[in-house]
Design a protein around this ligand. Structure first.
Ligand SMILES: O=C(O)CCC(=O)C(=O)O
Length: 299
């Protein structure tokens, strides 16, 4: 992986022990963006995270890769061999191994955006990154997130959403996200994707001629509800491209099984800032990590 080699990311003593005043920040989505999300099932927000925030994400993800976390999830037709010429490198989940990325879902900016779209009560269901090396990076096949997050499978897709964060400029050439607008109320049949060790796909049942590519600059996000069919494509450029995905649900939806990792409430009823999940209040920590970066420029 080419994600730059990490520095020591932060000084723990700078971290707040309780919620900071940053929590009172103004809404980050405007009314037009919220309306577009409800109409189309998704909205792209080009300047969501600052350069300092993106730098921190890159540093932390590079550290995880350097430590050997994650794997290439592509397999050949035998279902076992990992090709070196086709790579979809995934770390999933991340919050279990990274205090930095863990805190991101609790940041005031993320909470503001997600509650504007899902309502006041929200749980973080999962976080993961997809890293596509130059030339050999392959896409993630067509799917609806509903099929993975089974609490909502076949039910009320708009009650869950993904925030896909462009870690690098995401373009058609390097295989950015593609979505099919206007069909997010439909449920498409999914089967196992044979060229992945765990993915499912609805590629046989979606009409790809209706797809649109969503180009997003680094730090921009795509917010899309669980019913939106989406995929990424091959990275045909020389440069690595990564997308960090945070997945959320309306926390009124019961968790039907015991997950192998925490699914903490980040807003509304029962929100303790992640204390019961992690033993430490996460609110304000992301902002402190960003400010504590040696290279932070936008303060
Ligand atoms: O970045 C990718 O390749 C896939 C992302 C994705 O499917 C998701 O965030 O749900």
């Amino acid at each position: 992986m080419v994600l730059t080699s990490p520095e020591v990311p932060m000084a723990p003593s700078l971290l707040p022990s309780r919620p900071s005043a940053l929590l009172a920040a103004a809404p980050v989505l405007n009314a037009d963006q919220v309306a577009a999300y409800h109409r189309d099932g998704y909205v792209a927000v080009p300047q969501f995270f600052s350069a300092d925030e993106v730098a921190l994400m890159r540093t932390e993800l590079a550290r995880l890769v350097a430590e050997g976390k994650g794997r290439n999830v592509v397999v050949e037709a035998d279902g076992k061999t990992r090709p070196s010429t086709a790579v979809n490198f995934q770390i999933c989940p991340i919050h279990t191994i990274s205090e930095v990325i863990r805190s991101l879902s609790f940041s005031s900016k993320v909470v503001s955006a997600i509650t504007a779209l899902l309502g006041p009560n929200v749980r973080r269901r999962l976080d993961q990154v997809f890293i596509k090396p130059g030339k050999v990076g392959v896409g993630t096949t067509w799917h609806q997130d509903n099929d993975y997050f089974y609490e909502l499978r076949g039910k009320d897709a708009p009650r869950g959403l993904g925030m896909w964060i462009a870690i690098h400029d995401a373009t058609v050439a390097n295989g950015t996200m593609h979505v099919i607008p206007g069909v997010h109320e439909q449920s498409f049949k999914h089967v196992r994707e044979e060229l992945s060790d765990h993915h499912v796909t609805c590629k046989a049942t979606v009409d790809e001629s209706k797809a649109v590519a969503i180009e997003v600059p680094a730090g921009g996000v795509l917010l899309f509800n669980y019913g939106v069919p989406h995929c990424t494509k091959a990275n045909t450029t020389d440069q690595e491209r990564a997308g960090l995905a945070l997945h959320f649900q309306d926390s009124a939806i019961p968790v039907e099984v015991k997950h192998s990792h925490a699914v903490p409430i980040i807003a509304g009823d029962g929100n303790d800032g992640g204390v019961s999940a992690y033993g430490v209040d996460q609110r304000g920590r992301w902002e402190a990590y960003v400010a504590a970066q040696p290279q932070a420029v936008s303060r």
